[in-house]
Design a protein. Structure first.
Length: 179
């Protein structure tokens, strides 16, 4: 095992990075190497034609190896349901799209984040979680974007705290932060 890969026994692996950093590709590679039934939890919603095409393209690229579950809001419920299955290996892509959905639907983001962190902390199957790091750029010029950036930072901190391994990806290269 290379130093830039999660240990085989790592239960929860949290992978952060910027847009098009290679974090999803890396998460898929690492998760697919684990033995079990592979589940992909997609949090995106097709709000327009471009996003619908993007979702269809990603689903087609994954093929039948992954069983896809759509969870734009009920992420923790889907994760809990998969606990009932036999030997699941689960990939969540991605937390920031889930956060966007919650924010735009005026849901209680703090409560949902606490619920997710509690699940992650006690999860018994291999779980790979992808999220964007959005706090390294300029301060957004509007209140909604600033709130999103702040909430994403808080959510990422909470999930990193309860994850066994945490990686930051830049230019397709993983940097181990924890584990």
């Amino acid at each position: 095992m290379a130093a830039s890969e999660p240990a085989a026994e790592a239960r929860t692996v949290f992978i952060l990075g910027g847009a098009r950093s290679g974090k999803s590709r890396l998460a898929e590679s690492w998760a697919s190497a684990r033995a079990g039934q592979h589940h992909y939890i997609a949090t995106a919603e097709a709000g327009d034609a471009e996003m619908a095409a993007r979702i269809a393209r990603h689903r087609s690229m994954r093929g039948s190896f992954w069983q896809t579950h759509e969870a734009p809001f009920a992420l923790v419920d889907v994760l809990a349901d998969l606990s009932q299955g036999e030997a699941p290996v689960v990939l969540v892509d991605c937390l920031t799209l889930w956060l966007s959905n919650l924010l735009l639907a005026d849901r209680d983001i703090a409560a949902e984040g606490r619920r997710l962190a509690a699940f992650v902390e006690t999860c018994t199957y291999p779980l790979f979680i992808v999220s964007n790091e959005v706090g390294q750029g300029i301060v957004p010029d509007n209140a909604l974007a600033r709130r999103f950036r702040d909430e994403a930072g808080f959510l990422n901190q909470a999930i990193a705290a309860v994850s066994g391994s945490v990686f930051f990806v830049a230019a397709g290269l993983p940097l181990k932060l924890k584990g």
